[in-house]
Design a protein around this ligand. Structure first.
Ligand code: DQA
Length: 155
């Protein structure tokens, strides 16, 4: 059974109480339960982690790269929060490890403040999901499974 790594970055531990009009009322625990259920539907296991620290996220992507190379990991669903818009280190980690990463945002970042319109991750990500609320995590997991079964988009 393969693993899917779900990484949530800074402030996502506050889901449920953080700006509910933007991010909804479900907690991180709810999101992680949703991810585990969706992964199980695809015969996979969700390994869910959250950190407010950029270097920790970098380390986890390196670990994901090793597990992907070993054939035990399908890929990563990454909501890097605000680091999306600032982190060259996360861009380099994704590029340097070759692990398939689905960049995820709960909100539609392109309909928000201009500083959220640029992502350092998108050029390194395999795909991007934004604006579906927390349901996006399940959609991203399904998309990651699909991509791993049909390596070329549209196939
Ligand atoms: C977010 C969008 C980011 O701009 C923001 O900094 C977050 C959450 C989202 O899930 O919509 O922390 O990634």
């Amino acid at each position: 059974m393969k693993t899917i790594l779900i990484l949530n970055g800074p402030n996502l531990n506050l889901l449920g109480t953080r700006e509910p009009a933007v991010y909804g009322s479900e907690t991180l625990a709810d999101v992680e339960a949703l991810c585990r259920a969706e992964a199980a539907r695809h015969g996979a296991t969700a390994d869910c982690r959250q950190s407010n620290h950029e270097g920790q996220l970098v380390d986890w992507i390196h670990e994901a790269g090793r597990n992907y190379a070993a054939g035990t990991l399908l890929g990563v669903v990454l909501n890097a929060g605000a680091y999306t818009h600032t982190s060259v280190a996360l861009h380099d980690a994704i590029k340097g490890t070759n692990v398939p990463v689905i960049e995820l945002h709960i909100s539609n970042v392109h309909a928000r403040e201009p500083f959220r319109h640029h992502s350092f991750l998108s050029p390194a990500a395999r795909a991007v999901m934004a604006g579906f609320g927390v349901a996006g995590y399940a959609l991203a997991i399904a998309g990651l499974v699909r991509i791993s079964e049909a390596p070329k988009p549209g196939v």
